[in-house]
Write a protein that binds this ligand. Structure first.
Ligand code: PGA
Length: 252
């Protein structure tokens, strides 16, 4: 099954105009394998400053969050229409920090996925278990419970238009990466779970790994059969390291 590889940069609440500038220069002559897309997700105020269209068709613009509501009295929120106006093509939804710090539920993530799809913006749906859930062997139950509301909300056919990022919460920003074998086994589970609803679509959906990916471990992670790239936090703020990670991604 041919799948594109994706490397997405999640800057979180970091970076500013200076990073936008150095990243734009750095990505200008990026050495990318065929079938690889790179997505930069800066904080919302910098979306329009990142001129991805000058960097070729493999470099895309993503947002870190979006509202499930269309418009109205939602102070501080950002709508899909606003993202559309800024030529945003992707949006991270259901990141574990949104789930844990901002109490977003899987149902809310499902509604955001639906809103993004309706606006023609590709959702990067994040799922992942906490350390205690892994220790208690609840990983598969947790991932299923995060995926099912999205399947229920949009239908499995729409998974043709989304990207999934598996990010074990215990590996995010901790330097503790899942081993390539452990990550592969969980990605394989995710694909099998989706295959119960539609095996063709399960085979096509890009599955990214996230959680302390860096220049030293990316190659082995990306070489796994069911890992189609990564969602990169800390290492995406360092232009040279991020470029190494992008160059390690290979589409099939
Ligand atoms: P990290 O973050 O690479 O810093 O672990 C990944 C993420 O939260 O998307």
């Amino acid at each position: 099954m041919k799948r594109r590889a994706i490397v997405a940069a999640n800057w979180k609440m970091n970076g500013g105009l200076e990073l936008v500038k150095t990243m734009t220069t750095g990505l200008n002559n990026l050495d990318l394998a065929e079938n690889v897309d790179v997505i930069i997700c800066p904080s919302a105020p910098y979306l329009s400053a990142f001129e991805h269209d000058k960097l070729g068709k493999s470099i895309h613009l993503g947002a870190q969050n979006v509202s499930e509501h269309q418009k109205g009295a939602f102070t501080g929120e950002i709508s899909t229409t606003m993202l559309q106006e800024l030529s945003v093509e992707f949006v991270i939804i259901g990141h574990s920090e949104r789930r844990s710090i901002f109490a977003e539920s899987s149902k809310q993530a499902a509604l955001k996925v639906k809103a993004a799809l309706a606006a023609g913006i590709t959702p990067i749906l994040c799922i992942g278990e906490s350390e205690s859930e892994r220790v208690e062997e609840q990983t598969e139950a947790v991932l299923s419970a995060q995926l099912q509301p999205v399947i229920d909300e949009i239908g499995i056919e729409k998974f043709n238009e989304i990207v999934i990022a598996y990010e074990p919460v215990w590996a995010i920003g901790t330097g503790k990466t899942a081993s390539p074998e452990m990550a592969q086994a969980t990605h394989c589970f995710i694909r099998q779970f989706l295959a119960k609803a539609n095996s063709e679509i399960a085979n096509k959906v890009p599955l990214l790994y996230g959680g302390s990916v860096n220049a030293a471990n990316c190659e082995k992670l990306f070489a796994q059969a069911d890992i189609d790239g990564g969602l990169i936090g800390g290492a995406s703020l360092k232009v040279d390291e991020f470029k190494i990670i992008c160059s390690a991604a290979k589409g099939t």
